[in-house]
Design a protein around this ligand. Structure first.
Ligand code: NI
Length: 163
């Protein structure tokens, strides 16, 4: 198990566009393992490679249903809308209200570099959008409606989603 340092908003690495992964190598495999270790250690539901300082298009997600690795993910379909709280390991202790599609379909490569498609609704749809945004240098704070709250002072009950 190896933890990597989670980069915090303001770090320029979080504002860059990540590069496509062309082949699976021992280094990439190790990166993915470390991303899972780091995400679980920080109690996150998703983590993108730039959040640990690596500009590669790799995302790991676990909303409590098991880990999913997405390499070079592309959102190919969205539908509906959901509005709820969102947070990010790169901005600890904060949340803001963000509207996202309620349904998302992505195409990505798995750890064997084989293509697959994944559909998600609600928290999974939110996580897919949030993590894919990181790969293009975007943070959810760009989309927050109203103010960014400290997690202790959220004005609305948190029945929606958290990351
Ligand atoms: Ni994030």
């Amino acid at each position: 198990m190896a933890l990597r340092e989670v980069r915090i908003q303001g770090d320029p690495v979080l504002e860059k566009k990540c590069k496509v992964v062309k082949e699976m190598t021992p280094r990439v495999r190790e990166l993915i393992e470390d991303m899972y270790d780091t995400m679980y250690e920080e109690n996150g539901v998703g983590l993108a490679a730039p959040q640990v300082g690596i500009l590669k298009r790799i995302v790991v997600i676990d909303i409590g249903e098991g880990g999913i690795t997405l390499i070079n993910p592309e959102i190919i379909e969205t539908d509906g809308e959901q509005t709820g709280y969102e947070g990010c390991l790169s901005l600890p202790g904060k949340s803001g209200v963000v509207t996202r599609p309620n349904y998302v379909k992505v195409r990505a490569l798995d750890e064997n570099m084989e293509e697959f498609e994944l559909e998600g609704t609600e928290l999974m749809a939110r996580a897919l959008c949030h993590e894919c945004d990181h790969l293009d240098g975007h943070m959810y704070t760009e989309l927050v409606e109203g103010e960014l709250y400290d997690n202790e002072d959220l004005p609305m009950p948190q029945e929606e989603d958290e990351e």
